[in-house]
Write a protein that binds this ligand. Structure first.
Ligand code: ZN
Length: 72
């Protein structure tokens, strides 16, 4: 049901939601479901899960560098 995902709202304090896998910030989210859980979907690497990182630009850069290194 990919169509149920929608753009995640902005975070307070100027932070951003970041994908824990690739550090991308193109995240969509799905609120609800039969378990009432929120799931995030990363448009950059197909990550789907309940966990995202809140961070600033520096955090995003570190995550992206680590992801690039893992990919070789
Ligand atoms: Zn990602």
């Amino acid at each position: 049901m990919e169509d149920d995902f929608e753009p995640a709202p902005p975070t307070p304090r100027g932070t951003r939601r970041l994908c824990p896998v690739c550090g991308g910030d193109d995240l969509h989210y799905f609120l609800g479901g039969y378990e009432g859980t929120t799931r995030y979907q990363c448009k950059g690497c197909d990550y789907v899960g309940p966990y995202v990182i809140e961070g600033d630009e520096e955090t995003a850069r570190v995550l992206r560098e680590q992801y690039a290194q893992r990919r070789g």
